[in-house]
Every structure is written in structure tokens, then in C-alpha cells.
Design a protein around this ligand. Structure first.
Ligand code: GLN
Length: 188
């Protein structure tokens, strides 16, 4: 099982190392040919407007969209924004792979970053995670299921194939979220 980590911008190295520690095979993805070798893709946190531009610059937009029914994608923070169908921000063209909308920096700006325990519902464990300029989910369709909440707010969604996550699981010692994601991946 090869887990791609989109490595155009942002916090990709921590995911790569996490996947290695977790005993799976990570692959940095910067090109279509690297993407085509992957069974799954993590879109990391970073800055969604820059990531949106870099995805176009590297000719990856249509390639990712074309694979949306074949591979599993986990979008973290800026990656969550890219997976969403959010509209109305300058320089941001999301991939609209999942049907939900967010408010960017909805949990506050950089100075308001914080660590907190969230309840990860599939394993019923409390996990310590970081919220860094995290997007807040505003609406989501009933195709999505909320699988983690913080302070009454949904902070993680899945449509059964993809996962979108407001916070950063890659700084946590807990691997429940990576396990949940890799369990979705069916390798033919
Ligand atoms: N607020 C950032 C954005 O809108 C995302 C922050 C993050 O990925 N940690 O792109």
C-alpha cells in the first residue's frame, strides 16, 4: 500500500514520517506520475491559496479530481479546505471532492492556535491534536458523517472514501486517525 503525501507546500514532511513510523509506505507526490503510483493521498496543512495555485502550476488539479472515485484522500486543515466545496475566497479554487463548506481560520488566526483533546468517534478515544488557523465546518451534506467533534463543532468528516479534518493529527502520538484512513484503502 502506497500512501502519497502531496508535497507542494505546507506540512508534508510530518505526514511522511508519521506514515513511516506507522509501518506503511509513504510517497512524496509532486507530479502526475508519482500520483498514479499511489493507493491513497494525504493533502497536508499549509496555506490553501498557495496550495491551490501550486496544484495548478504542477498540473495536478484534473489528475486528482479524476482519481476521486478510485483512491482515498485525507485532507488536513488547508487540505480539508482543498477537498471542500467552499466558494468566495480570492485565489482559492477548491477541488470540490467532498460536499461541505468551511470558514477559513474559523477557529482563530495563528496567535489563537491551540492544542486540545478531541473525541475520535470511531475508536472512542480522546486524542491530543493541534488546531492551527483551523477551518471551521459551516455546512455539510448528509453524504458526510461527522467522526470527531470539538466543543460541539464537527471537526472531521468522512463520506466513506475520503476524510477531511480541521486539526493536525500528525503531531499526536496517537495513530487512530491514520489507522482509520489506511483501513479505508483497498489495494487491488
Ligand atoms: N488557514 C489556513 C488556510 O486557510 C490553513 C491552516 C493550516 O493548514 N494549518 O489555508
Amino acid at each position: 500500500m502506497k500512501i502519497g503525501v502531496l508535497a507542494l507546500q505546507g506540512n508534508f514532511e510530518n505526514h511522511y514520517n508519521k506514515i513511516l513510523d506507522f509501518g506503511k509506505t509513504p510517497v512524496y507526490v509532486k507530479t502526475k506520475s508519482e500520483l498514479s503510483k499511489c493507493d491513497a493521498l494525504i493533502i497536508p496543512g499549509g496555506e490553501s491559496t498557495v496550495m491551490s495555485k501550486m496544484i495548478d502550476f504542477n498540473n495536478l488539479r484534473q489528475a486528482i479530481i479524476d482519481l476521486k472515485d478510485e483512491i482515498n484522500i485525507m485532507g488536513i486543515c488547508a487540505g480539508m479546505i482543498m477537498l471542500s466545496s467552499t466558494k468566495g475566497y480570492n485565489n482559492l479554487k477548491t477541488l470540490s471532492i467532498m460536499n461541505f463548506k468551511v470558514e477559513r481560520n474559523g477557529f482563530g488566526r495563528q496567535v489563537n492556535s491551540f492544542k486540545s483533546k478531541i473525541k475520535f468517534l470511531p475508536s472512542n478515544n480522546d486524542i491530543n491534536v493541534s488546531f492551527i488557523r483551523a477551518p471551521k465546518i459551516k455546512t455539510f451534506s448528509d453524504k458526510n458523517q461527522c467522526i470527531a467533534k470539538f466543543d460541539g463543532n464537527p471537526v472531521m468528516l468522512t463520506d466513506g472514501r475520503h476524510i477531511a479534518c480541521s486539526f493536525h493529527p500528525e503531531f499526536s502520538l496517537n495513530n487512530d486517525i491514520y489507522e482509520y484512513f489506511t483501513n479505508l484503502v483497498k489495494v487491488s
